[in-house]
Each structure stands twice: as structure tokens, then as C-alpha cells.
Design a protein around this ligand. Structure first.
Ligand code: GLV
Ligand code: GLV
Length: 325
């Protein structure tokens, strides 16, 4: 019989078209992009499915896998991140997992550079001042920020995205790239002439510190008081990976006390971050609503890749991008 699939979001049309026209699956979908599928609806809809296409707002945990039952063989997430998936459980149950790395690297790197410059050159404050009457005269130290020229850029977690960010920052005359990770990554590091340093040195030396690691039990809240207290008070912290890597109360303290100069965040805990959150009161904190991969080209490519991973997985063939569990 034709495999049954549930799609937890109205993903971009190119991926849906592929699923529809494959003739290979029969699928049901949560037909909205504006509201995530409610948990109880999801638990009902996954019952008996052979495949599941999800996005990062769905927690794929034992409860959900139990609700789906033993037919479920393939999970395809339209994301590079996989912290919403219980990998141990998926492995135990023999469920294969597809994801969407690489194709979003350019979009994420572009956004990271944009967020870095927006934060370091205080662009949000500046446009606000310009349109609300704060622009008195040209002033010598007004709205001054920090420049990339001659700076040291630190990368926490060197992968494809970290390399792509560094490649884009190099023409801004960065003096030195440093990185830390669980182990040195000489092949990636040589592409950008980055030096491997300890977490301590990364904090101490970085003028700009970009978080580019996956969220795992090992990286949870590694950006905490201990790290911020070692950073320069002229340094800028940027996170486009996952909010969970940061201890947010500690970050708030570091920003409000002037321990560090500024932060640009594309990711927070929770998402959406409530508008009443203290971080929103800080002029030196720029917060974006998780848009790093949000270009039309990339999101469409992600939906196509997610659909192809699913279809290949259901045929028992190697996926284009499969997580090694
Ligand atoms: C976005 O955050 C993703 O994981 O693709
Ligand atoms: C800036 O506009 C300058 O002329 O220095």
C-alpha cells in the first residue's frame, strides 16, 4: 500500500509539489504556516504514519513516537538543527532521519554578517534616533560602535556555517580568526586560517564572538557568566545557532552591566521571546525572530530537500542528507 505521511507545516510549495507529484506517498498536512500544529492534533495525526515531515517547532520525543507507532520509519526535518529531535529514541526505534544542512549555509552566513554589523555599528538605535528627533547635530562620539578592521573574530563551534561567516568577514580586514570546538578541525580551520584556542582564550581574545555550534547536552548554556566575565567590555556577541547555547539571564547581566558591548541574537529561549522580556529593554541587544535561513531561495530549497529526503528514505534508499544516528 502507499506509505502514509504527515507534514506538520505548510512548507514552501516546491517541496509540497514534489510530494504530491511523486505519486509515492499519500499525505496529510497541517495546512498553516502561521500557527504551528497544536500538540494534541499532532499526536492524533501521526497515528500509524510511515513518514513524517516536520519543522523545528515540533518536539519529536518518545511521546510522539509512541503516538505514531511502529510503522514510522522515516523522519525528515526541514532544518539543519536537530535539537528538537530525541536522537537516542529515533535510533533505538530504527527510524531514519533526514535534515537540510549545506543549502542554507550561504543564507545563514549572510544574515550573521548583517546582524553582526547591525549590532556593532548600532544601526537599530541609529534609525530610531533619526526618525524620533534624537538627531540633533553631527556629534563626534554619538552612536559610535566597533569596527571589524584589525579585529579578532572568535567562532564557537567551527563547522560549515562558521567557515562561511569567516570567509565573508575576511574582506572587512579582520586581523585574526580563532575558534574553539570539542577538538581541532584542521581542514575547516585551514580554509580560513583560524587558530584553535581554548574556550577561555576565545572569550579573552575575541572582539566579535560568533556562536555557530549545534545545541547538544554538551553545549547547553556554555555561554554563561563564566564566559562573559572573561570577554572584553568592547566585545560583541552574536548567536545565530540556538538560544539554548546561551544562559540568557547571564547574558542580560553582561549586557546591562557593560561587561560586554553588545549582542545580536537570531535565536532565544523561548521562541517567540515574550515582548515583555528584559532583553528587549536593552539598546545594546538586537533581537531577530529566527530568520537566519529566511531567503526565498533557501527556504524553497530546504522544502525540496526535506521532501526528497523523505521520499528516498521511504524507498529504503540513502537520503541526500541523512543524520548519522
Ligand atoms: C534553523 O534554525 C534550522 O535549524 O534550519
Ligand atoms: C563624516 O561624514 C565626515 O565627514 O567625517
Amino acid at each position: 500500500s502507499v506509505p502514509r505521511v504527515y507534514v506538520t507545516r505548510q512548507i514552501p510549495p516546491e517541496g509540497l509539489k514534489l510530494l504530491r507529484e511523486s505519486g509515492q506517498v499519500q499525505f496529510d498536512i497541517w495546512d498553516s504556516d502561521d500557527v504551528p500544529v497544536p500538540r494534541n492534533e499532532l499526536l492524533k495525526k501521526v497515528k500509524g504514519v510511515d513518514g513524517l515531515v516536520c519543522v523545528l517547532t515540533e518536539k519529536i520525543d518518545p511521546e510522539l513516537l509512541d503516538a505514531a507507532g511502529p510503522n514510522l520509519k522515516v523522519l525528515s526535518t526541514m532544518s539543519v538543527g536537530f535539537d528538537h529531535l530525541s536522537l537516542d529514541e529515533l535510533k533505538k526505534r530504527g527510524i531514519r532521519v533526514g535534515y537540510t544542512p549545506d543549502i542554507l549555509t550561504d543564507a545563514v552566513a549572510e544574515l550573521t554578517v548583517a546582524l553582526l554589523l547591525t549590532t556593532s555599528r548600532r544601526l537599530i538605535e541609529a534609525t530610531h534616533q533619526a526618525k524620533t528627533g534624537g538627531w540633533g547635530t553631527w556629534r563626534t562620539l554619538w552612536l559610535c560602535g566597533y569596527e571589524l578592521a584589525n579585529s579578532t573574530v572568535g567562532i564557537l563551534g567551527l563547522g560549515r556555517i562558521g567557515v562561511a561567516i569567516a570567509e565573508r568577514l575576511k574582506p572587512f580586514k579582520v586581523k585574526k580568526f580563532i575558534y574553539t570546538d570539542v577538538a581541532p578541525r584542521p581542514e575547516l580551520a585551514s580554509m580560513i586560517d583560524a587558530e584553535y584556542v581554548s574556550m577561555d582564550e576565545l572569550a579573552r581574545q575575541s572582539d566579535f564572538l560568533a556562536v555557530c555550534c549545534a545545541l547538544t547536552p554538551e553545549t547547553k548554556e556554555v555561554c554563561n557568566k563564566d564566559l562573559f566575565s572573561k570577554m572584553k567590555n568592547t566585545s560583541i556577541f552574536i548567536n545565530t545557532s540556538r538560544g539554548g547555547v546561551v544562559h540568557q539571564e547571564d547574558l542580560y547581566e553582561a549586557l546591562s552591566s557593560g561587561q560586554i558591548a553588545g549582542a545580536g541574537l537570531d535565536v532565544t529561549v523561548p521562541e517567540p521571546l515574550p515582548t515583555s522580556h528584559p532583553l528587549f529593554t536593552l539598546d545594546n541587544c538586537v533581537i531577530l525572530p529566527h530568520i537566519a535561513s529566511a531567503s526565498y531561495t533557501t527556504r524553497n530549497a530546504m522544502s525540496v530537500l526535506a521532501a526528497n529526503n523523505l521520499l528516498l528514505g521511504l524507498k529504503g534508499e540513502p537520503m541526500i542528507k541523512e543524520l548519522k544516528l
